[in-house]
Write a protein that binds this ligand. Structure first.
Ligand code: ADP
Length: 270
């Protein structure tokens, strides 16, 4: 009887080992699929701005050769395509810096209201049919933050609000003081995010299922980078959204000079 028991035990162990091997194999296959998908999306995204850029440069070249008038809009559009590519490459670099724990922060007393104002002004050219509105307290809203990185977070949220509300509408940016925190909210009336996907948005490469890469370009890195930046400033980022109604992204950061303020943690000095 003892012998039979040992045999059963042995068979069970082998079966478990086999199942474990199969599980690992499936996981490895899935990782390869994710990597391949990412490579094809990333190459496509990087290549997209190149064709219009090349066309515009060819037009400029032809006009200059013939001594014709050169329209500054052609140059501006060419530069926008270059900026888009630079942005994608910077996101890829930032994501690998985060993975290596080497995203540099250079915190200093920073006026968040002025920073938002600056970002919105810079976006005036790309707002298209949208209305951008900013509401903020009369007094200065100061945080202890890396202004370059904080600007990156604000731009990412406003760019997403524009991109994912293709029918236009109002993008409302509000800055409030809530206890010891500054609360920034960016609302749109766009496509929204399915509820079961909302907590996954801040993961690397994640894109919600209602965003097909054909109609809305992107690498799924902006929110991943934003969350890392916000959390390293002792803050929090989250979303409220309803499909077809719109989304509101919130960022809460400790105000300067309150007990909630502490130097951004876990980052090497620049
Ligand atoms: P990307 O926009 O390049 O895909 P992000 O990391 O900025 O990457 O956003 C991740 C995903 O979150 C997007 O692909 C989209 O599914 C969703 N998302 C972000 N902002 C919005 C928004 N304002 N409205 C609807 N969906 C959004």
């Amino acid at each position: 009887l003892l012998g039979v028991g040992a045999l059963v035990e042995d068979v069970t162990q082998r079966k478990l080992a086999e199942e474990e091997r199969e599980r690992l194999y499936r996981e490895a296959q899935e990782a390869i699929r994710v990597r391949d998908d990412f490579l094809s999306i990333a190459s496509h995204e990087l290549k997209t701005p190149l064709t219009p850029l090349s066309l515009r440069l060819a037009t400029l070249e032809r006009k200059l050769e013939r001594g014709e008038h050169v329209d500054p809009t052609t140059l501006r559009h060419a530069r926008q395509h270059l900026l888009r590519m630079t942005g994608l490459i910077n996101d890829l670099l930032d994501a690998s810096r985060i993975e290596a724990g080497r995203l540099m922060l250079h915190p200093q007393p920073t006026r968040m209201d002025s920073l938002v104002e600056h970002v919105l002004q810079a976006m005036e050219a790309q707002r298209g049919i949208h209305e951008l509105r900013f509401e903020h307290p009369e007094q200065a809203v100061q945080v202890f933050a890396d202004p370059y990185r904080l600007e990156q977070v604000i731009s990412n949220l406003v760019e997403n609000a524009l991109k994912y509300s293709p029918d236009g509408g109002l993008i409302r940016v509000t800055l409030q003081i809530r206890g010891e925190m500054a609360l920034l909210s960016v609302s749109d009336s766009g496509i929204g995010i399915p509820e079961d996907q909302q907590k996954l948005l801040f993961e690397r490469y994640f894109r919600a299922r209602n965003v097909s890469s054909r109609s809305y370009g992107g690498l799924g890195l902006g929110l991943y980078i934003s969350r890392d930046i916000v959390e390293h400033h002792g803050g929090r980022i989250w979303v409220e959204s309803e499909v077809g109604q719109g989304s509101t992204f919130h960022v809460a950061l400790p105000l300067l000079g309150t007990s909630a303020t502490h130097p951004p943690a876990g980052q090497p000095e620049r």
